[in-house]
Design a protein around this ligand. Sequence first.
Ligand code: HEC
Ligand code: HEC
Length: 400
Amino acid sequence: MFKLENIKKLNTALLGLGVSALVATSLNAGNGVSIDGAVKYPTENGKYSDYYVNDQKIKYNNGRPATKNEIAAWNIDVKPNGEGLPEYDMHQGKPVLDEDGKPKKAEGSVSMGEELYDTQCVMCHGEFGGGGKGYPMLAGGSVASLKIQRLNPADENPNPETPVRTIGSYWPYASTIFWYVYDSMPFPHPKSLTNSETYAITAYLLSVNNIKIDGETLDDEYVLDREKFLKIQMPNKDGFYPDVESPNPKEGLEKMRALLSDPTIYGKGTRCMSNCIEKQFGKGKTVDDVLLKIKIPLDDGIVQPVSTERTWKEPEVAGAVMPGQVEYEAKCSACHGNAAIGAPVVGDKEAWAEVTKKGLDAVYSNAINGVNAMPPKGGHMDSSDDEIKMIVDYMINASK
Ligand code: HEC
Ligand code: HEC
């Protein structure tokens, strides 16, 4: 999903620690505003810093402790043992009631899940979860394929099935699917699904992965609820711990030996115990020749200097809000505000000069119909074509 040229633009390796600080300083030289729009403060060496010296006394409002309900509304994770898996339908923290005002049971069928999937997920995750456009596949792969990655494909395994990790082949617990979808999908509208809709989508995702529940195939009419959910056994549930336990120490040892010499897991079963670097990399080679070294100075830019200006100034906001700006912030900035997934970053002159080269109509059409990892309308199918055009105009104008 990362585009090399965008990474290069970031001008510095994305190496864990202090990434945002590094990025901000390198992009920022000279103009006093960072990529996320925050203000930067001048320092002695003519550079800019996130940190300023303030000589005013600020009164902090420390707020109040969160209430039980507030905590409950955030505490929505679902554990493999079923803890947190809802029995009743809820929408954004509020119970969904039936005609008699009673709490509705949370449940959803495969066909309901398919309908939801085809309106809210397919533009990114592809037909039947097949992936594409750089978004994760939600179906496919196999547990067997995960185990063959240590074989040398050229000799022992000429046509290995590529190891494909999907929620179906790799994730050991279905609870993670439920929780992940409920918490963070669809990408543009996280937490918009009801519990029942989440059951339905989970059922659909299991069905396209050919996963059965208690021996039963998940056909269109299959309805998933909490009780059935607790019976789900994911194909890779044992994939994370080797089966080497035994009450009999001798048998345990044998199982361990078998595991370590299983070529599908640990290569060919031969391990180098001496002179390994020379054997693998050639005579005279030492650790220093083969170690990968990070070439950029990691302390450069991580410890930022403090501003030399002592007075807090209101950040300068350029003029009034432009048409399309509010909509852009709400619908597009998650991807276009930074280079992480390869979207042209708003404010990046070069990137937008490149985009607009092909003519405005083509750009509008790409924004409306999608292109590569850009989903149609940014995933906001409720937006009109005119609104999208207005936002695109804003994005272009803000990048001149
Ligand atoms: C606008 C594009 C978009 C839409 C629409 C969308 N997703 Fe996603 N989805 C993503 C991205 C991007 C990721 C990867 C996020 C990450 O790795 O941080 C993702 C990840 C996932 C994953 C985890 C996959 C894995 O193997 O890690 C699941 C499950 C998922 N989405 C389900 C859904 C469902 C269900 C819907 C519809 C209700 C949906 N998504 C709609 C973009 C989208
Ligand atoms: C889920 C991430 C995502 C969201 C949300 C998103 N975009 Fe994009 N957008 C991209 C990516 C990635 C590209 C680069 C596609 C390429 O050229 O490979 C892109 C490219 C574009 C382009 C340039 C197309 C071209 O012709 O090169 C326009 C215009 C655009 N997006 C408009 C929008 C608008 C308007 C919105 C909000 C309504 C939006 N995008 C929301 C990811 C996103």
